[in-house]
Design a protein around this ligand. Sequence first.
Ligand SMILES: Nc1ncnc2c1ncn2[C@@H]1O[C@H](COP(=O)(O)OP(=O)(O)O)[C@@H](O)[C@H]1O
Ligand SMILES: [Mg+2]
Length: 217
Amino acid sequence: MIKISNVRKLFNEIIVLDDVSFSVEKSNIVGLAGPSGGGKSTLMRCIQKLDKPNSGTIKCDGRVCFMFQDFQLFPHMTVLENLTYAPTLKNKKSNHVKLALEMLENLGIGSKADAYPKQLSGGQKQRVALARSLMIKPDILLCDEPTSGLDVATTMDVVTLLESVRDMGVTMVIASHDLDFLIKISDRILLLKEGRIAVDIVPKEIDNPLEYLKKYY
Ligand SMILES: Nc1ncnc2c1ncn2[C@@H]1O[C@H](COP(=O)(O)OP(=O)(O)O)[C@@H](O)[C@H]1O
Ligand SMILES: [Mg+2]
């Protein structure tokens, strides 16, 4: 589904990604862990083609969608308008409103269709951002820090939500500084440190994945 081969990325001659290679199978969730500045966001941006590696290749099967760290909802648009805006630019004819309302209903925020982002809690904004990402029916969803700023209970909701997205067949790469969250959600965890994959584990196969990962920070 995703195949990353020998990716190198430099910013001002500083190596940010150094010979990174891995593959992600369909409907799998790969977590990207690692210290701040380790290269997680840069790798995600390269996968989404928002940035270009200096060398190496990235191949993705199907449509890729990026869910940003700060949600990036349009503040002057209602929840419904946030969902339908981009799909309508691409295709004026089809009925995006129906799909959007279904999507909001599925994510438990059907009643917020006419609200503005500033009227929503952090968890609700996260759901809207996720609903908006799913409007384009992605095969691959990249989530950068999806739990930042959320409390523990809401983070558990995000785990359930993302699992339901995985069950729809969506392949995911999730970057997070929150190890507990990553261990819960990921089929596999890669730890990026100084631009290299320092750890590659299947958390379910390890006794204490939290302790194991912490050693590399
Ligand atoms: N646009 C940019 N220009 C220069 N340096 C950058 C840019 N984006 C990221 N970096 C640097 O690349 C390194 C990795 O950053 P990043 O990918 O954001 O790490 P992480 O998401 O793991 O915290 C950091 O040292 C950061 O300062
Ligand atoms: Mg980051």
